[in-house]
Design a protein around this ligand. Structure first.
Ligand code: G4P
Length: 293
C-alpha cells in the first residue's frame, strides 16, 4: 500500500510548521477518534518543544464511545489537555476555548507576574490530511472575523483570527504527515478513507476489516449482513470466506453465478465509512485489549 505523500511535501510542511510553531503558545492537534494513534504523527512532539498541547478527538460521532473515553484518559496521562469534538455538527466545539485557556493557565500566570495583562494566547491547529482541520476551524471560528496580524513578531501575511479577548487563532492549519512507514497504520488510514482508494486493493482491505470486526464487533457484522453464524476469524482466508457469504446474502453474483466478492468488499468498506456498521474504533490503548467482545 502506498500513500501519495512525497519527501518534498513533508519537508515543506515541516518547515512551515516550525516557522508557525514559534508564533504560538498552544498547539491544537486534531486526531481521528476512530484511530487516535494512527492519525497522529509523533514528530509533532519534538517540533512542539514545550508549547502547551491540546488534543481534539475529532469525528467522535463515528467512534465507539467506550474507547473514546479511554483514549481521552490515555492522552491526559501523557500531559495533553483533551476534549471530544464533532466538527461537522459543532458538538463539543464550544468547549475547546475553555480547554485552550486551561492548557495556557501557567503561561497566563507567568505573564501576569511579569505585569503582562490580557495578552491573548495564540493557537494553531495541526493534523494529518482529512482529519477535519478545515471543518473544525470553520466551526470554531464561527462568526469571528479574520484580522491581519500586524503586530511585532508576527510574520507578514499571516492571518490571525480573534476568537474572543483571550484567544487568537492562526487561520491556516499545519499539515502533519501520517506514519505511513508503518503498514498497520497505513491499513487503518485506508479503512477510514484517508488514502486514495485508487491505490489500494479494496478486497484485501475489506478482508482486513472483517478480520478485525470479527474479533471486536462481531455482532455488528453479523446483524448488518444477516449472517447466521460468525466465528472470531484468525486469518484473511477465512475473512474472504465471510465476504463470499456477504456477496451471496446481497445477491451480488458474477455472470457464472459465483459470488462477486469485489462488490461485497465495496459494500463493507462503504458501510463502515458511513457508520452503517455502528460506531467503531479501530485501535485501542494497550490496556484495553481485553474489552474484546
Ligand atoms: P482536513 O482539513 O483536515 O483535510 O479535513 P476536512 O476539514 O476537509 O474534513 C475531511 C472530511 O471529514 C470532510 O468530509 C468533513 O466534513 C469530515 N469531518 C470533519 N470533522 C468531522 C466530524 O467531527 N465528524 C464527521 N462525521 N465528519 C467530519 P467530506 O465528506 O470530505 O466532505 P463534506 O461532504 O463534509 O463536504
Amino acid at each position: 500500500m502506498n500513500l501519495q505523500w512525497y519527501p518534498g511535501h513533508m519537508a515543506k510542511a515541516k518547515r512551515m510548521m516550525q516557522e508557525n510553531i514559534k508564533l504560538v503558545d498552544v498547539i491544537i492537534e486534531l486526531v481521528d477518534a476512530r484511530i487516535p494513534l494512527s492519525s497522529k504523527n509523533p514528530d509533532i512532539d519534538s517540533l512542539a518543544g514545550n508549547k502547551s498541547r491540546v488534543i481534539l478527538l475529532n469525528k467522535y460521532d463515528m467512534a465507539d464511545m467506550r474507547y473514546t473515553n479511554a483514549w481521552k484518559a490515555y492522552f491526559e496521562t501523557k500531559g495533553y489537555y483533551v476534549t471530544l469534538v464533532n466538527s461537522r455538527n459543532g458538538n463539543g466545539v464550544k468547549q475547546v476555548k475553555d480547554v485552550v485557556n486551561k492548557a495556557c493557565e501557567a503561561k497566563i500566570e507567568r505573564d501576569r507576574k511579569r505585569g503582562i495583562l490580557n495578552r491573548p494566547v495564540r493557537a494553531m491547529v495541526v493534523g494529518i490530511p482529512n482529519v477535519g482541520k478545515s471543518t473544525f476551524i470553520n466551526s470554531f471560528v464561527g462568526k469571528a472575523t479574520a484580522k491581519t496580524g500586524n503586530k511585532p513578531g508576527v510574520t507578514k501575511g499571516k492571518q490571525w483570527i480573534r476568537l474572543n479577548k483571550n484567544i487568537e487563532l492562526l487561520d491556516t492549519p499545519g499539515i502533519l504527515w501520517p506514519k505511513f512507514e508503518d503498514q498497520a497504520v497505513g491499513l487503518r488510514l485506508a479503512m477510514i478513507g484517508s488514502i486514495n482508494d485508487n491505490i489500494i486493493n479494496t478486497t484485501e482491505l475489506a478482508c482486513e476489516l472483517i478480520l478485525f470486526l470479527s474479533n471486536y464487533y462481531k455482532d455488528s457484522l453479523k446483524d448488518r449482513y444477516g449472517l447466521e453464524t460468525l466465528e472470531v476469524l484468525e486469518n484473511l482466508e477465512s475473512a474472504e470466506h465471510v465476504l463470499k457469504q456477504i456477496a451471496i446474502k446481497r445477491a451480488s453474483l458474477l455472470k457464472g453465478g459465483e459470488p462477486d466478492i469485489d462488490k461485497a468488499a465495496n459494500y463493507v468498506i462503504d458501510d463502515f465509512r458511513n457508520v452503517r456498521l455502528g460506531n467503531i474504533t479501530l485501535e485501542f490503548p494497550e490496556s484495553l485489549e481485553e474489552l474484546k467482545e
